[in-house]
Write a protein that binds this ligand. Structure first.
Ligand SMILES: NC(=O)c1ccc[n+]([C@@H]2O[C@H](COP(=O)([O-])OP(=O)(O)OC[C@H]3O[C@@H](n4cnc5c(N)ncnc54)[C@H](O)[C@@H]3O)[C@@H](O)[C@H]2O)c1
Length: 370
């Protein structure tokens, strides 16, 4: 139990964050979430509100006052908050750079001098992009980001690694595989979840570039990896980059379809020449050897669980509330910087680059108005 550790999870209201919060609480940590609920998914945090040891600040990582208030009394910080995924970062390139680079760098600078223990940043295996070899990528492999999303993740990784020796806390970078699994903030814009959901709904599955490889990792295993990064001896983790996933969950898209077909008939068509050129296999030897992390969940075990849930009717409202179940469009009320692209509407009530739905200082002074 770690009741002396109090972790600020920035982006804790999201797909990974709600599960991570649950796991941290179960391991005896206290948790504060800072999140601006970018996709109007406030309801995802409902099950967490009121649980002993948890507090919530509704605010933006770009808002220095909200961050300072949220940092009050915490011992560690996990940064999940980002615009996550290629489609959403393509749709909102400026906001993506503001959050994933500028806001993240500003946050990093604010952390120094507070006596914090760890700073865990969730980057992505998408940084490996298109690899010409089937040789699994280790952490020192050449990075080849193919999207704004991955470019911003690589940029902030470099920022951290350039300053890591100069700060008084221990940064750890986790390059996550594509996630799958149940979460209070379920996402169906992630390959395994999406394919199994479509199959369970009895709809036609169109699969682009079936031979492309990608590693996958269950969202509960991702939470376990973050906890391993928080708990590892400093000399094993500080300033290090770790791939997070498992060899057995390296899959081509066609192999995922084969897993689905073991459980349910699906009308599938394969199409070549899709927009997403990513193709990479990844090695997970370092996190196993240095942090003792082993993934416990497999794609093959999860697929029938999700198909059963879909067939039981869990997601029968999906078409009516699609926006909630993936990173498709940012909600109204999120402020843009003054020089944002004209395509983005700027809400009248905001005058600067930030939003804090609850006044940040008030939210943190009660350490949780929720
Ligand atoms: N899900 C995956 O497959 C995957 C794969 C690799 C890496 N990752 C990384 O894991 C992390 C979490 O991903 P996720 O799947 O939970 O995504 P998500 O979009 O569900 O969660 C991100 C959370 O951050 C919040 N957020 C965004 N901008 C913010 C801002 N300016 N201020 C405060 N909060 C903000 C959002 O409201 C959301 O709750 C991200 O850093 C992502 O890059 C995820």
């Amino acid at each position: 139990m770690h009741d002396s550790r109090h972790v600020l999870v920035i982006g804790g209201g999201g797909y990974v964050g709600t599960v991570l919060t649950d796991e941290l609480l179960a391991h005896g940590y206290r948790v504060r979430i800072l999140d601006n609920f970018l996709y109007d998914h406030f309801i995802a945090a409902q099950a967490i509100l009121g649980r002993p040891g948890v507090s919530l600040v509704v605010g933006d990582v770009r808002d220095g006052d909200a961050v300072d208030a949220a940092l009050d009394g915490v011992t560690d910080v996990v940064l999940l908050a980002s615009l996550v995924g290629d489609p959403i970062s393509r749709k909102y390139p400026q906001l993506t750079r503001e959050v994933n680079i500028d806001g993240s760098e500003d946050l990093f600078d604010r952390l120094d001098g507070r006596g914090l223990q760890r700073f865990v940043f969730t980057s992505t295996c998408s940084n490996y992009g298109l690899r010409e070899t089937d040789e699994p990528a280790s952490e020192d492999a050449t990075l080849n980001p193919l999207s704004i999303y991955a470019e911003t993740k690589v940029a902030f990784e470099r920022y951290i690694l350039g300053r890591n020796a100069a700060v008084d806390f221990a940064p750890v970078i986790l390059r996550l595989s594509t996630a799958f699994g149940f979460s209070p903030r379920m996402r169906f814009d992630l390959t395994v979840n999406e394919f199994a959901c479509i199959a369970g709904q009895g709809e036609k599955l169109v699969v682009y570039d079936k031979d492309t490889w990608r590693p996958y990792c269950h969202v509960r295993d991702i939470a376990a990896a973050v906890i391993a990064a928080l708990e590892a001896p400093e000399e094993r983790a500080a300033g290090e980059v770790f791939n997070v996933g498992s060899d057995e969950n390296n899959y081509t898209k066609e192999k995922i379809v084969e897993e689905i077909l073991r459980h349910i008939d699906v009308d599938v068509s394969f199409v070549e020449g899709g927009k997403d050129a990513r193709n990479y296999r990844v090695s997970f030897a370092k996190i196993r050897d240095r942090l003792g992390f082993t993934a416990m969940h497999s794609v093959s075990a999860f697929i029938p669980e999700l198909i059963d849930a879909v067939r039981a009717g869990f997601y029968s409202h999906l078409d009516r509330t699609r926006e909630y179940f993936g990173n498709y469009a940012v909600r109204e009320g999120i402020s843009w910087s003054l020089n944002s692209t004209p395509a983005m509407s700027k809400p009248a009530q905001t005058s600067a680059a930030h939003i804090a739905v609850a006044p940040a200082a008030a939210a943190a002074s009660s350490a949780a108005s929720f």
